[in-house]
Design a protein around this ligand. Structure first.
Ligand code: F6P
Length: 441
């Protein structure tokens, strides 16, 4: 296994510290080939249906390909206008889940390179989130992006109403959505609605108009660099032989560890500005592959994905790394380091952690990015998207739907008015009555 692997000397993957798993990789690669991996990958890249429950393709690879870039012209035109007019100093992106985590994480990662308006990300239904954000802003120089694929998400619509109470002038608003009709019903002018296809999944949508705040804060050229980096990883994923295919190798190692009962997987970016990457990957991986049955409806005996958690290094060394070094529970770790500009202390700490884990037979991978820039970040995010897709193929599951979150939304929609009325619930909710009685008093 001649690791580290590299892509254009900008993205490196070292999987040499996975012990016995490395000997078994060839058998895992044979198994995934037997799962028609190439056919599924071709379907993903060609825009065929890969989301069987919603009968949709997954278009995040297609939209960032060079031949699709004309579709970004409206975003370029709008962001250029905002940047040139300089009327707005602050952008507030109101969204949640995939309509928040991607743009917010990338904004934090690239913030030192910002040369346009500041962006702020409001997501939580807790009113303090938007209140604290708006308290620091000026009504006249703030522009709002209502980011919601469905344009029906309770948190986002509630926060949008709160924003309207603060700035009622609709010329301060744009909508980023796959549901143009709802956005127009909400009162957003057609010229300020930036739509994207239904085939773009929520947690795969930062490459679409959901990324508009990034175009405004960093410029459309930096956003194109992000797309180019992701496209570079797409080409690697599409063309590299499986035994040199970085997302495939990482996915097979992930499945090896899961099959050996290692239910958690830690991601430690050794870069303060990548601090929101673990949260982004939690949704990407756990909302994609946290499923209970296969595409064919067969119940799964074990989880097809790990519990993802993490924290920027070196901080993680002063919180959960003790557990990862010594607990009987083995937790594979992805360390992510930045080569340039060089920070010897930071790099030494990251390598030391990997070395110490290896001396105790504990697995870790090391990913190195040449720089923390849009291109390398695009490579990294596409690497994890394809790792997630490959694990889904290995487990014969659909990574592009999220049936499990719908139940919670349904119950919340019923409880909210009941709590408002402080009256009886239309349906008694098990274990909730005593709590509701407390709330009633
Ligand atoms: O978490 C459930 C979910 O549907 C995610 O898949 C999605 O990213 C998020 O809610 C927000 O959805 P929307 O972009 O439609 O507001």
């Amino acid at each position: 296994m001649d690791t580290p692997f590299d892509l254009d000397k900008k993205f490196f993957l070292d999987i040499s510290r996975h012990g016995n798993a490395l000997q078994l990789l060839p058998s895992f690669l044979r198994k995934i080939e037997a799962q028609d991996f190439s056919t599924w990958r071709d379907k993903l890249f060609s825009g065929e249906v890969v989301n069987n429950t919603e009968n949709r393709p997954a278009l995040h690879v297609q939209i960032r390909a060079p031949e699709s870039r004309k579709s970004y012209d409206p975003l370029k035109k709008f962001s250029d206008k905002i940047r040139q007019e300089k009327k707005y100093t602050d952008i507030v992106n109101i969204g949640i889940g995939g309509s928040d985590l991607g743009p917010a994480m990338i904004y934090k990662a690239l913030e030192p390179q910002r040369d346009g308006p500041r962006s702020h990300y409001v997501s939580n239904l807790d009113a303090s989130h938007i209140q604290q954000t708006l308290a620091a802003l000026n009504h006249e120089t703030t522009f709002f992006l209502i980011a919601s694929k469905t344009f029906t998400t309770m948190e986002t619509l509630e926060n949008a109403k709160r924003a309207l109470a603060w700035q009622p002038d609709k010329s301060h608003y744009a909508a980023l959505t796959a549901n143009k009709d709802e956005a127009q019903r909400f009162g957003i002018g057609a010229e300020n609605i930036f739509s994207f296809p239904e085939g773009i999944g929520g947690r795969y949508s930062v490459w679409s108009s959901i990324g508009l705040s990034l175009c405004i804060s960093f410029g459309s050229e930096v956003f194109s660099n992000l797309l180019d980096g992701a496209h570079g990883m797409d080409r690697h994923f599409a063309e590299a032989p499986l035994e040199e295919n970085m997302p495939v190798l990482a996915a097979m190692l992930g499945q090896y560890h899961l099959l050996h009962g290692r239910q958690a997987h830690a991601v430690l970016p050794y870069a303060e500005n990548l601090g929101r990457l673990p949260a982004y990957l939690q949704q990407l991986i756990m909302e994609s592959n946290g499923k209970k049955k296969t595409r064919e409806g067969v119940a799964l005996k074990s989880s097809p994905c790990a519990i993802i958690f993490g924290e920027a290094g070196t901080n993680a060394q002063h919180s959960f790394m003790q557990f990862i070094h010594e607990s009987p529970a083995t937790v594979p770790v992805d360390f992510i380091g930045i080569i340039s500009p060089r920070q010897n202390g930071l790099m030494a700490n990251m390598l030391a952690q990997a070395q110490a884990l290896e001396s105790n037979g504990r697995p870790s991978s090391i990913i190195l990015l040449q720089e923390l820039n849009a291109f390398c970040l695009g490579m990294l995010l596409a690497f994890y998207e394809h790792r997630t897709f490959t694990e889904a193929v290995f487990c014969s599951i659909n990574p592009f739907d999220q049936p499990g979150v719908e139940m919670g939304k349904k119950i919340a929609k019923e409880l909210s008015p009941a709590l408002e009325k402080q009256g009886d619930l239309t349906e008694p909710h098990k274990n909730l009555d005593s709590l509701l009685k407390i709330l009633d008093n």
